[in-house]
Design a protein around this ligand. Structure first.
Ligand SMILES: [Zn+2]
Length: 185
């Protein structure tokens, strides 16, 4: 007898990846709503405190930008030779790992990237890992919610994109990628 429940649609790896990235964006927007943030810059430190996480900022020479230690409820952010904008993106990324509970899937490595992995422009394996891409997608949406950007109108001139980056306290490059995602540039 034919059992309909056995039917499974073919879902390609790319589709499931897109779906998970959409979930990352939705979770970031839910967080914006939960904290009733209405204007940039998003207060990441408030989220960190509310989640009972301890933020450890310290200047350490080397490639590691940040790391989440879930069992210790600790987030490490490296301030050495990194702009505030990059540190904010890294913190958003670590919050993504926390909110999406990536640590339940596998042990999280130290993060050496800032924003480079957002759209997989770099060939580093870390940037290609689905969890890292999700954490970057989450960070981008948390720092630059699409609903806020859309208030700016449909098309953004490059000079205004730089102004927006300053207002949102993100790098010009991350703002550019986010505006590209929303087809505003
Ligand atoms: Zn990561």
């Amino acid at each position: 007898m034919h059992d309909e429940r056995e039917y499974q649609p073919e879902v390609g790896a790319e589709e499931s990846r897109q779906a998970r990235r959409a979930i990352a964006r939705r979770m970031a927007n839910n967080l914006i709503a939960e904290f009733e943030f209405a204007n940039p810059p998003v207060d990441l430190a408030l989220i960190v405190r509310a989640r009972g996480l301890r933020l450890v900022e310290s200047a350490v020479p080397g490639a590691i930008s940040g790391q989440l230690f879930p069992s210790q409820r600790e987030v490490f952010i490296n301030t050495h030779d990194r702009s505030v904008a990059r540190q904010r993106f890294t913190l958003g990324h670590e919050l993504g790992h926390w909110e999406m509970k990536h640590y339940l899937e596998e042990e999280l490595p130290a993060d050496s990237q800032g924003f480079e992995g957002v759209y997989e422009s770099e060939g580093l394996s870390e940037g290609r890992s689905p969890m890292e891409i999700e954490a970057n997608t989450f960070a981008a949406e948390l720092l630059m919610p699409g609903s806020w950007l859309k208030r700016e109108g449909r098309r953004i001139a490059p000079g205004r994109a730089q102004d927006l980056a300053r207002r949102y306290e993100v790098s010009g490059e991350t703002m550019f990628y986010q505006l590209m995602h929303y087809r505003m540039i």
